[in-house]
Design a protein around this ligand. Structure first.
Ligand SMILES: [Zn+2]
Length: 67
């Protein structure tokens, strides 16, 4: 499978969907091609992770304060 050039949905820039990544997607069973470039994917993941961490802390803190 050759590398593919795709357009990022978020920033509109071209990015390469490499042969290795295509293989990775296939192994994971993903049938869709990525819609975002690496940077936008990383930014989205970071936002998701930090939001999740904040929620987790706020869920736990009332229990901790009882001690
Ligand atoms: Zn992008």
């Amino acid at each position: 499978m050759p590398d593919k050039t795709l357009i990022c949905k978020d920033c509109g820039k071209e990015f390469v969907f490499t042969e290795g990544e295509q293989k990775f997607y296939e192994e994971k069973g993903f049938t869709n091609e990525p819609t975002r470039c690496k940077e936008c994917r990383a930014a989205k993941k970071e936002r998701f992770n930090s939001g999740r961490r904040q929620n987790h802390e706020s869920f736990n803190s009332p229990r901790i304060s009882k001690y």
